[in-house]
Design a protein around this ligand. Structure first.
Ligand code: GDP
Ligand code: IMO
Ligand code: MG
Length: 427
């Protein structure tokens, strides 16, 4: 059975998950976001149009696809309504959307606290997207969160908000920040609940029906494995797990329903925000790659940090996320890179290691061990088959497969849906 596929980023995010989800969605019945929120920025390009989605699943452009925002997400209802309005303005009106009644709601005090906690860190900021993600997940786990379904029940929502504000306003006061007025917040969020009411439902029931009926379901991860709260470069991570392990919990399905996991991987490495990045480049090579790959954040516009492909990262991510196929993205960007390299291991305190040390201070001491790769000059953006690729480019792909013990099923040579080379049909 190959009816379900997890699309998950295996570096530090922005690997091209939006592009691949949109591409694979052409064969899907359902597309599900299972974690994260509007800290994500997924770019989709087709038919001469470019879209950037933050919390809405990337199947939204296809009227026949059921798009699900599942319980593992954190959703800012105001921002989600804004995203839907923008899509409608651009002619995307005929869509199917289902929002889990168990989704954690991002409230305005989460945004205020996200900014305040960052400011308190002095020079040690994580560089969050300031969308309130960390504080919203914290409230979920400390059981003072508000869930999407709560907004539909006037009395229950009043009770939940009152309890939450008791804690949150105390915290805001201690931080010297403005407190939130119950009535204003209550009425505003009841309104968002009404606007979203047609979409809010029990998405676990829906997904289990879809899977049992043999329909094709894509799970669209946000962020990337190295930003995972458990397996990433903690504390420079997000507050959820983008791994495939997060899918059953975040979507309310059984683990046995996951057939395959596609690791979305840039052909080099980027990172936005702070934290260790062993293969980071500060040379002209970085500027060359940043320019060719337009490496500026979708959400924040920040220039992304750029470096060579790190196979220690890929092996770690493939292991913890059960990745059994890779999609090598932005491969076209590598044409003409001088002195192209792949990191095959790290040197830590004089010893070569092949894993990611858990302790940040050790990871910061790691120096990449490189293998020099043959380069190529050809423009790959118009190539449709693996056979057309220059020999040096094929060697690069095969070396990635050897180093990760994972098959490269897709090679992406441009942002458009059509610029995708298929090596193996997996969905
Ligand atoms: P996501 O967060 O993983 O969905 O990735 P982003 O959308 O944030 O960033 C990926 C960027 O690369 C977007 O601007 C895409 O349009 C672009 N992109 C995706 N695949 C390719 C590719 O194969 N080649 C090039 N040149 N750009 C690509
Ligand atoms: P997509 O889905 C890249 C990073 C932030 C910061 C850290 C924590 O587009 O790949 P948060 O706001 O989540 O508390 O920030 O995680 N980050 C991302 N980096 N792509 C993303 O999403 C990201 N979402 C969060 O820059 O370093
Ligand atoms: Mg992105």
């Amino acid at each position: 059975m190959n009816n379900t596929l997890v699309v998950c980023g295996i570096q530090w995010g922005d690997e091209g998950k939006g592009k691949m989800t949109d591409y694979l969605a052409q064969a899907a019945d359902v597309v599900v976001r299972y974690q994260g929120g509007n800290n994500a920025g997924h770019t989709i390009t087709f038919g001469g149009n470019k879209y950037a989605l933050q919390s809405i699943p990337s199947g939204i452009f296809n009227p026949h696809i059921k798009n699900v925002m599942a319980n593992g997400m954190v959703v800012n209802p105001k921002a989600a309504i804004g995203e839907l309005d923008k899509l409608r303005e651009r002619g995307i009106r005929d869509f199917q959307l289902y929002i889990s009644d168990r989704v954690a709601v991002i409230m305005p005090y989460h945004l205020a606290l996200d900014g305040a906690y960052e400011a308190l860190k002095g020079g040690k900021q994580i560089g969050t997207t300031k969308k309130g993600i960390g504080p919203a997940y914290s409230d979920k786990y400390s059981r003072v969160g508000i869930r999407m379904g709560d907004l539909l029940d006037k009395e229950y929502f009043a009770e939940r908000l009152r309890d939450a504000l008791l804690q949150k306003n105390m915290e805001l006061k201690m931080l010297g920040l403005e407190q939130f007025d119950f009535d204003t917040l209550y009425n505003e969020y009841l309104g968002y609940g009404e606007t979203l009411r047609p979409y809010i439902t029990d998405t676990s029931i829906l997904l289990n029906h879809e899977i049992e009926a043999g329909h094709k379901v894509l799970f669209e991860g946000a962020q990337g494995v190295m930003l995972c709260i458990d397996n990433g470069t903690y504390p420079f991570v997000t507050s959820s797990s983008p791994t495939a392990a997060s899918v059953p919990l975040g979507a309310g399905i059984a683990p046995r329903f996951i057939d395959n996991v596609l690791g979305i991987c840039k052909s080099y490495t980027t990172r936005v925000g702070a934290g260790p990045f062993p293969t980071e480049l500060f040379t002209e090579q970085a500027d060359y790659i940043r320019d060719r790959g337009h490496e500026y954040g979708t959400v924040t516009g920040r220039p992304r940090r750029v470096g060579f492909l790190d196979c220690v990262v890929l092996r770690h991510a493939c292991r913890v996320s059960g990745v059994n196929y890779l999609s090598l993205m932005l491969f076209d960007v590598l044409s003409g890179v001088k002195d192209l390299r792949i990191c095959v291991g790290y040197k830590l305190d004089g010893k070569v290691i092949d894993y990611i040390p858990s302790c940040l201070s050790a990871l910061e001491r790691c120096e990449p061990v490189y293998e020099v790769m043959e380069t190529w000059e050809e423009d790959l953006t118009g190539m449709k088959t693996y056979e057309e690729l220059p020999e040096a480019a094929k060697k690069y792909i095969r070396r990635v497969e050897e180093l990760t013990h994972t098959e490269v099923a897709f090679v992406s040579v441009g942002p458009d849906r059509t610029q995708t080379i298929i090596r193996k049909e997996i969905f």
